[in-house]
Design a protein around this ligand. Structure first.
Ligand SMILES: Cc1cc2nc3c(=O)[nH]c(=O)nc-3n(C[C@H](O)[C@H](O)[C@H](O)COP(=O)(O)OP(=O)(O)OC[C@H]3O[C@@H](n4cnc5c(N)ncnc54)[C@H](O)[C@@H]3O)c2cc1C
Length: 473
């Protein structure tokens, strides 16, 4: 069990030292797969090009724990979203990942959309979701009094929830590492060469070569490029950008549910949703691009969001925007995931995990381990995973600064560092000393919320940087 960021990779040249399984890509999907593998007495490596986990698509999404009511019935995605949503809801309770089951309202703004709602209700039933209910315009406005004028009705979708997208992969990675997985960061796999004997893969990285018996591709936007390293050209990934705006906490009383549009050909459309941090999100856009690094916000994209947000919730536009961000979905042209086992190569590709990977992650982990077993990996008996309890970043749950008993025992939890988000010295200290510590100020923000508030670090930035650079004890 270790986390490495620098230096040579472990020597795997001796026959018995090869990893049993190597998962490439430590987004929410790769971390979930590594965690699932950790249930077995296997030697497992999780390799990530970046210096931290969750730095790809997984750090910039809309943070909805979907029920899967609107998935393509019968698809693998529909099944894994449904199962994954249930698994993650239970796991969140066990580990302290904040989740709020606020429910969604699918709002119809014209007669055509209104006519579509019964079809969406039928689709929900085909996806095993029997709880949807039509709402009249009057019922809708009673539920959401700040909604803009002109809505004709809605479909209520109970069970749709908001979740912390940062704590989720961190919990998986933490549990995987504590249960014996080796996490190698700053370690892009550049080539895959044939190995010898029982370890058919030699992964070439700038930190050395690593031998492995089975290989999993969880490379997100780069799953096609990784496939090509093994001679596979089954699909190409086209990045679909989603830009979002984050509104300040004063906007939170304006919205009670996740307000969804009726979905169109480019996906789920622009929504307004509360976050577990007490903000309000507006977005995402859906822009088909070619550049897999194009995560900038654009003036045009943000103006378009504001125009749509102004119709959905006019008062939102009077509130302050605290941040804008953009993430890239791994679109492949298919209305489903691109998961394929290649037993002859002892290789599984987990690709095309487009706009539901956070929700489906735990089910994707189980599914992938099943595919590895079918491909010949001997799993052996299951053993319990090391327990984890994650620090709470959610507003709806107890935070350290409000816990008098905790502060009495350790005054560091009573010393505020980030006043906007009420982040204490104790929390920053804990994050820096955690199993998978942050490698950057952004990583620290995703672990504590420090610098994520309305001043975006203007006030606390220098102190947080000093704590990060010096380390706190
Ligand atoms: C705007 C937007 C909104 C979304 N909203 C939601 C939502 O509300 N709910 C939901 O469930 N899902 C949502 N999603 C989808 C979800 O975020 C993704 O499905 C999920 O994050 C994909 O995770 P991943 O692990 O497959 O990819 P990533 O997070 O991109 O991880 C892949 C990792 O592989 C690494 N990698 C790539 N190549 C190599 C290599 N050669 N060697 C080593 N490492 C490599 C990358 O550095 C990266 O860290 C949304 C996505 C976007 C963009």
């Amino acid at each position: 069990m270790s986390v490495t960021r620098t230096g040579a990779l472990p020597d795997t040249s001796a026959p018995d030292d090869a990893y049993d399984v190597t998962v490439v890509g430590a987004g929410v999907v790769g971390c979930a797969i590594a965690r699932e593998l950790a249930r077995h007495s296997l030697r497992v490596a999780l390799m990530e090009a970046n210096g931290d986990i969750g730095e790809g698509s997984s750090k910039a999404n809309t943070a909805i724990l979907h029920t899967g009511f609107d998935a393509v019935p019968g698809s693998l995605e529909a099944r894994l979203v449904r199962e994954g949503g249930q698994l993650l809801a239970a796991y969140a309770e066990e580990t302290g990942i904040p989740v709020e089951p606020v429910g969604a309202l699918l709002v119809a703004w014209d007669e055509q959309q209104l006519a579509t709602l019964p079809r969406l209700a039928d689709k929900a039933v085909r996806n095993g979701h029997h709880g949807t209910r039509p709402l009249s315009a009057a019922e809708l406005y009673a539920r959401e009094p700040h909604l803009g004028p002109g809505a004709l009705g809605a479909l209520e979708v109970p069970g749709e929830s908001i979740v912390c997208p940062w704590t989720t992969p961190l919990a998986y990675a933490t549990q995987a590492v504590r249960s014996g997985v080796d996490l190698h960061l700053n370690c892009p796999v550049e080539k895959v060469r044939p190995g010898e004997g029982d370890a058919p893969h030699r992964l070439v990285t700038r930190r050395g070569v690593l031998r492995t018996r089975f290989l999993v591709n969880a490379c997100g936007l780069y799953a096609d490029a990784f496939d090509a390293l093994l001679g596979r050209e089954d699909f190409t990934v086209a990045p679909r950008r989603g830009q979002l705006l984050v509104f300040d906490k004063f906007a939170r009383p304006l919205v009670r549910h996740i307000l969804l549009p009726v979905p169109g050909p480019l996906g789920k459309g622009v929504l307004v949703a509360p976050t577990v941090y007490g903000n309000v999100l507006l977005g995402p856009t859906a822009e088909d691009l070619t550049d897999k690094t194009a995560t900038s916000s654009t003036a045009e994209g943000l103006a378009g969001l504001r125009a749509q947000g102004g119709r959905i919730l006019p008062a939102l536009l009077d509130e302050e925007v605290t941040a804008a961000y953009a993430g890239l979905r791994a679109a492949t042209g298919a209305e489903d995931y691109r998961i394929a086992a290649h037993p002859e190569l002892r290789y599984v590709t987990v690709g095309g995990i487009r706009s539901t990977g956070l929700t489906a992650s735990l089910a994707l982990g189980r599914h992938t381990v099943g595919l590895l077993a079918d491909a010949g990996l001997e799993l052996g008996p299951e053993r319990p995973l090391a327990p984890v309890r994650m620090p709470n970043l959610g507003e709806a749950f107890p935070r350290p600064y409000r816990d008098a008993g905790l502060i009495a025992r350790d005054p560091a939890y009573g010393t505020l560092v980030c006043h906007c988000e009420r982040v204490t010295l104790g929390e920053i200290r804990d994050a820096l000393a955690s199993t998978v510590p942050p490698a950057s100020l952004d990583g620290l923000r995703r672990r504590t919320r420090a610098r994520a508030g309305r001043c975006q670090g203007f006030s606390c930035g220098a102190t947080v940087r000093a704590l990060f650079e010096e380390g706190v004890r």
